[in-house]
Design a protein around this ligand. Structure first.
Ligand code: MN
Length: 303
């Protein structure tokens, strides 16, 4: 049976107390391929938008995708990048990076998705990197439009840097449209409802929710049907990751001691140059930084 993951509302640790709709990670579903974190934000008309002060990441890539609005990204390897709908920001944290995100003043509405991709053990300590793509392949049908964020879809491959066999696509369906997604052999699939209404293999997917099919459940294609309002959805797929990971706060590692060291280094980065070396420093229009919370009293384990 396909697994339905409804979203839950999460308050972010930001200045403005905005909330997001989160599906992954979930008690019943940790990852889809290397995709390990899925937040859907908005659409909101709140004028304070998104103000996320400097915070670190390790062992993952962040993917920012906008449907409406504009955001400024800054990071500790010197990137300053505005992103608009139809473009992709990909930050490879590798061994460590810090960044901030600020929705731009002229933004009336903001509608965004933020995703994390776990890096395989062999690559998780690569040097940090940042990539902005405004050249993503677009495939047009008479009643649908597919934008390839990462991987290959319908014969079009995005140049986005990937470390695993994976796929990310934004698919827009006109009202009452059927679309058959060709299933890559061995891939597991998730379909995230970003806007409108659709069903995957007959199962309705609620707004901000996702439906998951394991690699044994996809068959050779998955049938999507949009409702009367049409739909915008994300296809998130990949080869099952196959490695236990340890996700805590903004870090992905493998052991409790690694997480503990990362946390210490971030929380001391302003006072201790040795601690600052991992994440680097930068300045932005937000100011300040978000400290890592206390670790739980139990040992964290990869799973
Ligand atoms: Mn972040």
């Amino acid at each position: 049976m396909p697994l339905l993951i409804p979203s839950r509302e999460i308050k972010l640790t930001t200045r403005t107390g905005v909330s997001v709709n989160r599906t992954l990670p979930h008690r019943e579903l940790k990852m889809i391929g290397p995709w390990c974190f899925v937040d859907h934000f908005g659409p909101t008309e709140q004028t304070d938008g998104m103000v996320v002060a400097a915070h670190p990441h390790t062992g993952l890539q962040t993917v920012t995708w906008l449907l409406e609005g504009a955001i400024e990204h800054r990071d500790s390897i010197g990137s300053v990048q505005h992103i608009n709908p139809g473009q992709l920001n990909l930050m490879t944290a590798g061994r460590g990076i810090a960044h901030s995100e600020l929705s731009l003043k002229e933004t009336q509405r903001l509608h965004a998705v933020q995703l994390w991709v776990a890096l395989p053990d062999a690559d998780r300590n690569v040097a940090p990197a940042f990539e902005h793509r405004d050249d993503l392949p677009v495939v047009l049908g008479s009643d649908w439009k597919a934008t390839v964020l990462v991987g290959e879809f319908l014969g079009q491959r995005a140049a986005t840097k990937a470390f695993s066999q994976m796929l990310g696509v934004e698919l827009r369906l006109e009202p009452n449209t059927e679309f058959r997604v060709p299933a890559v052999d061995g891939f597991e699939y998730g379909f995230l409802n970003v806007e409108g209404e659709f069903a995957a293999n007959g199962a309705e997917v609620p707004l901000s929710g996702l439906i998951y099919l394991s690699s044994g459940e996809t068959g050779t294609e998955i049938v999507l049907n949009s409702g009367q309002s049409g739909a915008t959805l994300l296809i998130l797929a990949g080869k099952p990751f196959g490695e236990p990971i340890l996700m805590w706060w903004n870090f992905i590692a493998r052991t409790n001691s690694e997480i503990s060291e990362m946390r210490e280094q971030w929380n001391r980065h302003q006072d201790d140059p040795a601690a600052a070396a991992r994440f680097g420093t930068f300045s932005d229009h937000i100011g300040g930084w978000i400290p890592a919370p206390d670790l739980p009293n139990v040992q964290l384990r990869a799973r």
